[in-house]
Design a protein around this ligand. Sequence first.
Ligand SMILES: *[C@@H]1O[C@H](CO)[C@@H](O)[C@H](O)[C@H]1NC(C)=O
Ligand SMILES: *[C@@H]1O[C@H](CO)[C@@H](O)[C@H](O)[C@H]1NC(C)=O
Ligand SMILES: *[C@@H]1O[C@H](CO)[C@@H](O)[C@H](O)[C@H]1NC(C)=O
Length: 245
Amino acid sequence: MSSSRLTSSLYLLTFALLLQNVLGIDPLFRRCSSNTNSTATRSYKTSLSVLMGSINQLAPVEGFALGSLGQSSQDRPYGLVLCRGDVSPSDCRTCAVIAAREIRKSCPNSKRAIIAYDNCLLKYSDTDFFGQIDEENKLYMWNVNNVSNPVLFHEKTIELLSQLATKASYNSTKLYAAGEMDLPEGSTKLYGMAHCTRDLSSADCKKCLDGAIGELPRVAYGKEGARVVGGSCMVIYEIYPFVKA
Ligand SMILES: *[C@@H]1O[C@H](CO)[C@@H](O)[C@H](O)[C@H]1NC(C)=O
Ligand SMILES: *[C@@H]1O[C@H](CO)[C@@H](O)[C@H](O)[C@H]1NC(C)=O
Ligand SMILES: *[C@@H]1O[C@H](CO)[C@@H](O)[C@H](O)[C@H]1NC(C)=O
């Protein structure tokens, strides 16, 4: 009885996640700068609008784009778009367009902002942040369901994600890796993903991912799945195959 209730609630959760993935409407998070020094001028907004348009054109091709634009240093936005490594070019384009529209609506006067969806991340700032690990913007999500053997499961999670972190950082032109691992008990498998924004060096990508993995014991110990999504990198693990195509 209680086990079947658990099963149906798990299905509900999975379904809700799938629905959100398909529609891609709700951002995972968004953040705008709000202090008076970071109010965008008219010329900043103009540059930003052109910049967003051009990086959104480029992003679907490689899954990533960055750029900056503007006459004077006061009015020069720096921006990037990253699509999750398993997202198709057309879904990447859709997500980037929605992200640009939403961020303009949510943060109309901000010189710095970030918005993250399941499929993509968009970020801009009036300072050159390229190549620097974003320590400020971070989101944690976890599956409410607990695993039955947390000690072993956690160990395997860290093992898989650490392998993927190394692969993404040092053996992938896209700073992206996804993979799976058999769990010793039962028939379940563990699935994982690691991804960095491509302005980072390999060493900084690894550092960012290791930082995210290092937070899992605190935020998601013994949970069936979790994500740490930051402004420079993300890690995900689940017990079902969540990687698209
Ligand atoms: C705004 O900029 C001025 C000059 O750079 C600085 O002194 C002040 O602390 C800044 N204010 C905020 C809220 O950041
Ligand atoms: C998971 O474990 C936590 C802590 O023991 C508990 O509060 C929570 O209700 C459990 N979740 C489920 C879905 O059983
Ligand atoms: C990098 O990837 C290639 C192809 O998958 C593999 O043959 C090679 O062993 C990998 N190198 C490292 C250092 O992991």
